[in-house]
Design a protein around this ligand. Structure first.
Ligand code: ITT
Length: 182
């Protein structure tokens, strides 16, 4: 089964396909832009994005929105992670946190699927810590500064570990299970 995945980010497609392989699903990148609404909930962003693309192409599609929620920053950058990454990057986040002891953070991923019947959203999350400096060359985005709970390495240092336990892995597991069951 092939599923259209509207995203500008090919890494997301590869990570989705690691999960999809176990379900006989191939996620195929569709470079169809959509507006990201301003909402603190990544589910709402994914939901509205999926609806927008479906209305455009009139074919079933998923979009996925991810946020990094840092506890000591009251959940910032959260659903504004793409904008903040573009403006501040990982160095800016590390500077904002400074020597703060509470390094707790969570990645939350929401996959929105839209077809003629409407939209459904599937979520996945992983808790962890913000590292004291950037480590690793793999992955993308905030991966060099995120160490998942129970691990010693950042996602960027161990992309194989990321593939197994990430927020995206969990959200795609939930979506994939559902789509093959209907
Ligand atoms: P889309 O076209 O799918 O929106 P994007 O890369 O802009 O691609 P998001 O809006 O979901 O995706 O991402 C928000 C930000 O968080 C963006 O800067 C990403 O680089 C970063 N990000 C998303 N998923 C990530 C992950 O698994 N690991 C590290 N950073 C991630």
């Amino acid at each position: 089964m092939k599923i259209r995945f509207a995203t500008s980010n090919p890494y997301k497609v590869s990570e989705g396909n690691v999960v999809g392989a176990g379900f006989g699903i191939e996620y195929v990148q569709l470079k169809e832009p959509y507006p990201e609404i301003r909402d603190e909930d990544v589910s709402r962003v994914a939901e509205e994005g999926a609806r927008f693309v479906f209305d455009r192409i009139n074919k079933p599609v998923i979009v996925e929105d991810t946020g990094l929620f840092i506890e000591a920053l009251n959940g910032f950058p959260g659903s504004f992670s793409a904008f903040v990454f573009g403006k501040l990057g990982n160095n800016g986040i590390l500077k904002l946190l400074g020597e703060v002891e509470n390094r707790k953070a969570e990645f939350i991923s929401a996959v929105g699927y839209c077809n003629q019947e409407g939209v459904r959203v599937f979520k996945g999350s992983v808790k962890g810590l913000i590292a004291d400096r950037k480590k690793g060359m793999g992955g993308f985005g905030y991966d060099p500064i995120f160490i998942p709970a129970g691990q010693k390495k950042t996602f960027a240092e161990d992309p194989g570990m990321k593939e197994r336990i990430s927020h995206r892995n969990k959200a795609f597991q939930r979506f994939s299970e559902w789509i093959v069951s209907i």
